[in-house]
Design a protein around this ligand. Structure first.
Ligand code: HEM
Length: 129
């Protein structure tokens, strides 16, 4: 029961993070709103990965048998790629913030890739738990 609650708590946080990410995307033309929203997403998401790592035993017990190891591997790969690309978003976002506009296009395409990766991470989490 407690393990199930922990797993639920992770899913709830993950859902809120994805929602904030879409709100931040909607605010992409408004620096004052976009930057704090995306910084919240990045920091909270990294903290979530750490929470899950530290509770791995708990989650494993909750699921008892991981039904699909391949999906789990894909999920972990996507989650790690998302965290890596966050650093590219911080870097390019910082450049755009300083009005270095040559980074704008990179930030835009990397941003779309980030959102795609995060959504795939979210979707696979339901199969890999
Ligand atoms: C998950 C993270 C992020 C995503 C998905 C994302 C996505 C985007 C997208 C799609 C745009 C519009 C680009 C265009 O149409 O030219 C944008 C603009 C921008 N982003 Fe981000 N971004 C993220 C994080 C950040 C961070 C961390 C910063 C700052 C450190 C930042 C700073 C900016 C700035 C300054 C703009 C231009 C806003 C304007 O029109 O003045 N972004 N972002």
């Amino acid at each position: 029961m407690e393990q199930l609650n922990t797993a639920l708590l992770f899913q709830v946080q993950s859902t809120v993070i994805v929602i904030i990410m879409f709100v931040g995307l909607y605010w992409r033309r408004n620096r004052k709103k976009h930057v704090p929203a995306m910084l919240t997403v990045i920091i909270w998401d990294i903290l979530l990965v750490l929470q899950i790592e530290l509770n791995r035993g708990a989650v494993a017990k909750a699921v008892k048998v991981v039904s699909n190891r391949m999906i789990l591997n894909i999920h972990v790969g996507l989650a790690l790629s998302t965290v890596l690309i966050y650093f590219a978003m911080l870097y390019t976002g910082g450049k755009v913030l300083k009005n270095n506009l040559s980074y704008r296009k990179k930030h835009k395409w990397l941003g779309l890739l980030t959102v795609t990766l995060r959504l795939l991470t979210y979707m696979t989490s339901f199969f890999a738990a």
